[in-house]
Each structure stands twice: as structure tokens, then as C-alpha cells.
Design a protein around this ligand. Structure first.
Ligand SMILES: Cc1cc2nc3c(=O)[nH]c(=O)nc-3n(C[C@H](O)[C@H](O)[C@H](O)COP(=O)(O)O)c2cc1C
Length: 312
């Protein structure tokens, strides 16, 4: 019987539910299911101050302390890492896991799949995850990102509503429900099927293509555009806040400054930029397709040489 390790953190349980459904096709496997917890759990609902205050350490990838955990084996046939991006970076608990010298050796020469439960921006965080897996000599064979597919500004409003009130209901009674659509969460098993089949045969060649061929996984070109600019700015803000925030009062001031910057960037600056991008899209078609393929196969070994069939 094949052994798999499935490890993740989830604050609200959304990613737990995705993984539970994703694992349905793995019935014949010996599954070790491990959830990680921060030593100091993050508040839920978040206050606005604490939520934005997590940005600098998250973006600068400074690990937090986790509750101790034990792995049952020294070697697995497949490791599935579930994670969520925070501020375009891996969430703090996942950064702690993947930079933990006790965890890293388990990845060596082992096929690894990542399952993401995001709002809609996971490219930059996946770059870090790929780097850590490669540093540990792991072999990334698949990445399955689950996203909230509603329009970017609407999903920003609804997720903030969810995170800051703790209520997963319709903001103002009219906006869509926050988070990943329940039907997408329920359908997660369809993406687990090709991975389970590959793991059974110990042959992961082409599995990412099979997963993408199931449909429903795509990256909007406007999201690629935003992510390509925003992470650099986040890093600058993170360093600025660390440098200037030398007392709790000063830190709170600079974090609040960042919060207003972010809201203005998102709701005032980005709409016209995205509008111009939409107008130019026909001219950028091949470049967009290339980027979509590049990110959907980021860090994946044995990817097919053909151009991906990715919708714009
Ligand atoms: C502090 C914080 C920052 C977040 N930043 C992002 C982000 O940059 N990109 C994104 O797609 N989602 C972001 N999200 C949403 C999370 O990725 C995730 O979908 C949500 O928190 C639910 O995950 P859970 O399973 O841990 O409850 C953020 C959430 C939190 C709490």
C-alpha cells in the first residue's frame, strides 16, 4: 500500500474541506493526515489592525513557532502540502513548516503536490514554495490552486468581510458569499483522481496536464499583471514598516499607512490599469498564454513540451 502524507494549516477550515474532498480518490492509500497549528493561534475574526500587522513578517518570510508535530515515517510515496497565500506570500504557518530543518529532509527525492486555497493571488507565494521544495530536493509534480472566481474587487470586499467579522455571509445582503465557491470545494475530488492514479503507478509524468485538462483551473491575465507588480511593493512596505516601526505606536502608524495604501491601490489605481490591460489583451495574447502556462506549471518536473490549452 502506498503511503502519503497530507499536511496543511487552515484557519477557517476552508482548506481542510478542500483537502478532504481532494483525497476521496485516495481510498486505497495509507494516508497520514497532519494539521499544523501555530503556537500562538491567529485571532478569528481578525481585527483590522492585527490583520494588516501580519504583512511585514509574512512577506519577509519570517517563520513563527508551530505546535510540535511528529511524522510517522521517514519516507512517503507522495506528500501533499496544502497552503493558503497571505499577502502574496505563503501563510506564516506554512513558511514555518517549509523552512523547518526538521521537516525539510522528508521532502528529499519525494514527489510533492501542492493544493492551494486562495482568494485569487497565489503566483508569488508558489514561487517561494517551489524554491523551498527545490532546496529540500523534493520533486514538485502537481499544483492545484482553488480560488474564489468572482471579480477581483468583489472578492477583496467579501473576503475582508469574512476575515474581519468571522461571518461567511453575503456582505450588504447582496454580494456573493466569501471564499471559494462551495461547488468548487465539493468538486475537488476530480483533481485528486489523476494524482491518485499517478501515485498508484509511481509515475507522475504529465499529471499536471491531466489535472488542468479537467478544466476550471485558470489564471486571469489581470491577476498576473497585478501580482507581477505588487510583491515588489509589498517587500518595500514590509522593510519600511520593520525599519520605522521601532515602537508599538510607530509600527501601528506605519501599518495603518500601508492599509490605506493597499486599499487605494486596489480600488482606485488598479481599475484603470486593468481596464487598459483589457483593451490591450488582443495584442498581448501570445504573451499572456505563455505566462499562464508558465505559472500553472511553475516548478513542475516532467511538464509536457506542447503549448498548454489554457483559456485566457
Ligand atoms: C492575512 C491574510 C492575507 C491574505 N492574503 C491573500 C493573498 O495575498 N492572496 C490570496 O489569494 N488570498 C489571500 N488570503 C486568503 C487566504 O489565502 C485563504 O483563502 C483564506 O484565509 C481562507 O483560508 P483558510 O483555509 O486558512 O481558512 C489572505 C488571508 C489572510 C487571513
Amino acid at each position: 500500500m502506498k503511503n502519503i502524507l497530507v499536511i496543511n494549516y487552515s484557519q477557517t477550515g476552508q482548506l481542510d474541506e478542500i483537502l478532504e474532498n481532494f483525497l476521496t480518490p485516495f481510498k486505497d492509500f495509507d494516508i497520514e493526515r497532519l494539521k499544523i497549528y501555530p503556537k500562538n493561534e491567529f485571532p478569528f475574526p481578525w481585527s483590522s489592525e492585527v490583520f494588516f500587522d501580519k504583512m511585514p513578517e509574512t512577506v519577509l518570510e519570517q517563520p513563527i513557532d508551530l505546535e510540535p508535530f511528529e511524522l510517522k515515517r521517514e519516507k512517503y510515496d507522495l506528500i501533499i502540502i496544502g497552503y493558503q497565500p497571505w499577502f502574496l506570500s505563503p501563510s506564516l504557518p506554512v513558511t514555518a513548516l517549509l523552512t523547518d530543518p526538521k521537516f525539510k529532509p522528508i521532502l528529499k527525492n519525494t514527489p510533492v503536490a501542492t493544493v492551494i486555497g486562495a482568494r485569487n493571488m497565489w503566483i508569488n507565494s508558489q514561487k517561494s514554495i517551489v524554491r523551498w521544495i527545490e532546496e529540500a530536493d523534493g520533486i514538485l509534480v502537481a499544483n492545484i490552486p482553488f480560488c474564489d472566481k468572482v471579480q477581483n474587487h468583489i472578492s477583496a470586499l467579501t473576503i475582508l468581510h469574512w476575515m474581519l467579522t468571522g461571518k461567511k455571509n453575503k456582505k450588504w445582503g447582496i454580494l456573493p458569499l466569501p471564499g471559494i465557491k462551495q461547488s468548487d470545494i465539493d468538486a475537488a475530488e476530480i483533481y485528486g483522481q489523476p494524482l491518485a492514479a499517478a501515485a498508484k503507478n509511481a509515475n507522475f509524468d504529465g499529471v499536471q496536464k491531466e489535472i488542468l485538462d479537467k478544466g476550471g483551473i485558470y489564471i486571469e491575465s489581470s491577476i498576473i499583471l497585478i501580482e507581477s507588480r505588487a510583491k515588489k511593493l509589498f517587500r518595500m512596505w514590509a522593510k519600511l514598516i520593520k525599519r520605522k516601526g521601532t515602537t508599538p505606536e510607530k509600527r501601528a502608524f506605519w501599518v495603518s499607512f500601508f492599509k490605506w495604501y493597499l486599499l487605494i491601490a486596489l480600488f482606485v489605481i488598479s481599475p484603470p490599469v486593468v481596464f487598459i490591460h483589457t483593451l490591450l489583451k488582443p495584442l498581448l495574447r501570445s504573451n499572456i498564454k505563455q505566462n499562464q502556462r508558465r505559472y500553472l506549471y511553475l516548478g513542475i518536473k516532467n511538464k509536457p513540451a506542447i503549448k498548454g490549452s489554457v483559456a485566457i
